[in-house]
Design a protein around this ligand. Structure first.
Ligand code: AMP
Length: 281
């Protein structure tokens, strides 16, 4: 751990700062507007690595047209304070021009895992994610990289890309941190007004009801999805986009639950799109 936190913008500043840090190095990629979920990743990296690097970059290539890129929440001064308190050594805050200079034309596509669920709802999203994460890996060259289970498909895509592109990086997936009513912490929760915030608790209630049915012995995906739909239907502000019961590794929908199943959903609360998931088995 260094004396005081270093902040880098350009690649040259990043590389200069990295020369001062001792390994093993842990990387925590984020889009900023940090909350306890992000900080739990940084603290885990702090425990497991000699030096910790956090990146803050709202990656334009993972947002589709009409998505919330231009209004995505930002608070760099607040983020830097939280990261310093969490013991982070180096924060890399590249501008879009640093990562996507004029004439940029190289992409990483994790073909199959990117297709269903979030990939189907947000075409091109995972091409943007896989590309930027590869670029962060190449620039920082960490021994370990930390991601949240909150974004379960993203975690699967990144595990796959690390394997497929032979990155010598251990991918560490950390549990989802939640608010008192179970709502998964997310920078996007800041879009919710008071009524919507109350309504947003329905995502975790739906997942919890499905988990209870599973624990009573229910193994039919259709029954679990029906349980979730019924809970969501009770909340007038909630507009489900998809509900899924999929194999944890392949993300293919299952009819009957197997050893490890990912139960996930995307729901609009007003105009805010929220996602959440639990793993059964
Ligand atoms: P984001 O800034 O939303 O791109 O998130 C950066 C990282 O933090 C990703 O690996 C997310 O999966 C993770 N993350 C976001 N929300 C949570 C949460 N509630 N609990 C744990 N990790 C999270």
């Amino acid at each position: 751990m260094s004396e005081s936190m270093i902040i880098a913008t350009s690649l040259q500043e990043l590389w200069q700062a990295l020369r001062l840090l001792e390994g093993p190095l842990g990387l925590v990629p984020t889009m900023g507007y940090l909350h306890e979920g992000h900080l739990s990743l940084a603290r885990r990296a702090r425990q497991e690595c000699r030096s910790v690097v956090t990146s803050i970059f709202v990656n334009p290539t993972q947002f589709g047209p009409g998505e919330d890129l231009s209004r995505y929440p930002r608070n760099l001064p607040g983020d830097l304070q939280l990261l310093e308190a969490a013991g982070v050594d180096l924060v890399w805050v590249p501008t879009p021009e640093v990562l996507y200079p004029p004439g940029y034309q190289t992409w990483v596509d994790v073909e199959l895992l990117s297709q269903p669920l979030e990939g189907a709802a947000r075409p091109g999203h995972f091409r943007g994610v896989a590309t930027v994460v590869s670029k962060l890996f190449n620039a920082v060259r960490p021994e370990k990289a930390y991601f949240g289970q909150k974004d379960a498909q993203q975690a699967a895509v990144i595990r796959q890309l690390a394997r497929d592109l032979s990155y010598p990086i251990e991918i560490v997936i950390c549990p989802t941190l939640r608010e008192a009513d179970g709502l998964a912490m997310s920078s996007r929760n800041s879009y919710l007004n008071a009524d919507e915030r109350r309504a947003a608790g329905v995502l975790y209630r739906a997942l919890g009801a499905a988990r209870a049915a599973y624990e009573r012995g229910e193994r039919h995906a259709a029954a679990l999805l029906q349980t979730m739909s019924a809970i969501l239907a009770e909340e007038p502000l909630a507009r489900p986009q998809y509900l899924s019961c999929a194999d944890y590794d392949t993300l293919a929908e299952v009819e009957t639950l197997n050893e490890k199943t990912l139960l996930s959903l995307a729901v609009f609360i007003g105009s805010t799109r929220l996602i959440d998931n639990i793993v059964l088995g």
